[in-house]
Ligand binder design. Structure first.
Ligand code: PMP
Length: 376
């Protein structure tokens, strides 16, 4: 939610660009079926909960001390996970972690964006990219997408050549549309971004792969090889089913990891967070088993919605964009009245539903069926 209105903080000496704005956040409503924030519907398995308790208890014995500021053990385990799951070897010096990938993205914009600089994203996309840009004083450029929500590479290259942004965001799979981006497209944008800024070290290209594990395609991570300005951003919020943990990470050239040290707060990642994330990484195989279930439920949602005559954007994520509604807010309310909360991202005519458990998805599909019946 980013609307303009009169707000209590307008009376304060707040920065001009924040005046009249409202904070980001989906409604947290207490309804039976919540499919609006791309969370994983499966609670962590009990053996993992027990292991977290153990590791957190051990960390608690040392809470009088600051945590490992460089999170070395955690970065080592994240590097193992990335190497194992993508087949591309990554070392701890190439990995950095923070409180959710939102904080990773914020640190990247603090280091590479900022006043007098710009970042571009291809919209509709994850709206926090623009908001983090605003929060860090980075100018925001809204780049184009085709009507089918794929990136028009020629138009994107032209926008990059004209605007010469210091930071380029590519979200794959994209939120809220679910659209994956081909490796060739990322490479074309990378080349365009470097060509547009021949001096000063080029431009950073940040590939936001928050939903990477749900894709039909392999990760874009191997593209960092030999490309110093390419960053892959990931999270444990989705595939690891740990949105409440707040753990995001990036993989890039070690120089990028060194650069974000200049802006990170000291001891930003608490000992409790590090211990919990390490416990979750011990259970990677079990957690990724849920990903397979969610991928097949996502594919089922696509198939069943299309069978009802509903338009669906191809999805590589754990959610599905569906429409098109003459009045998407009314359709959103109609589903809510039936106990199902989905997301209205403000993309005209479209709504987004997160793949839940089979029962939750059935409830959603029934609600859509009723909505269609009611309107015909
Ligand atoms: N990137 C994208 C594309 C997202 O959709 C989200 C979460 N909605 C994030 C980043 C941030 O996730 P987190 O901070 O929980 O890691």
């Amino acid at each position: 939610m980013t609307g303009n209105s009169t707000t209590p903080w307008d009376e304060l000496p707040i920065r001009d660009e924040l005046r009249g704005k409202s904070p980001y956040g989906a409604p947290q409503l207490d309804v039976p079926v919540r499919l609006n924030t791309n969370e994983n519907p499966y609670p962590l398995p009990e053996p993992l909960v027990a292991r977290i308790a153990e590791r957190v208890a051990e960390a608690a014995r040392h809470l009088n001390r600051y945590p490992d500021r460089d999170a070395v053990e955690l970065r080592t385990e994240l590097a193992h996970y990335l190497s194992r799951s993508t087949g591309h070897p990554v070392g701890p010096a190439q990995v950095w972690a923070a409180n959710g990938s939102n904080e990773v993205l914020q640190q990247l914009l603090q280091a590479f964006g900022g006043p007098g600089r710009t970042a571009i994203g291809f919209e509709p996309s994850y709206s926090m990219h623009a908001l983090i840009a605003r929060g860090t004083g980075t100018g925001w450029i809204s780049g184009p997408r085709r009507a089918d929500f794929t990136i028009d590479v020629d138009a994107a290259r032209a926008a990059i050549a004209e605007k010469r942004p210091e930071v380029v965001f590519v979200t794959s799979p994209n939120n809220p549309t679910g659209t994956a981006v081909e490796a060739e497209a990322v490479l074309a944008l990378y080349e365009a971004a470097q060509a547009a800024r021949p001096e000063g070290g080029g431009a950073m290209v940040v590939v936001d792969e928050a939903y990477g594990e749900f894709s039909h395609r392999p990760s874009l991570l191997p593209l960092i090889q030999g490309r110093r300005n390419l960053v892959i951003s990931r999270t444990m919020s989705k595939a690891f089913g740990a949105a409440g943990l707040r753990l995001g990470y990036l993989a890039a050239d070690p120089a990028v990891v060194d650069a974000v040290q200049l802006v990170r707060l000291p001891y930003h990642l608490s000992a409790v967070t590090q211990a919990t994330a390490l416990a979750a990484l011990e259970h990677t195989d079990t957690l990724l088993g849920y990903v397979e279930q969610l991928k097949s439920e996502r594919d089922r949602l696509v198939t069943e919605l299309r069978a009802m005559g509903v338009e669906v954007t191809d999805s590589d994520a754990n959610f599905v964009q569906f429409g098109r509604f003459e009045d998407s807010h009314r359709a959103w309310q109609g589903l809510l009245d039936r106990g199902v909360l989905v997301r209205d991202n403000g993309v005209p005519g479209w709504l987004r539903v997160t793949a839940g458990t089979p029962e939750e998805n059935d409830a959603f599909l029934d609600a859509v069926r009723e909505l269609i019946k009611e309107s015909t």
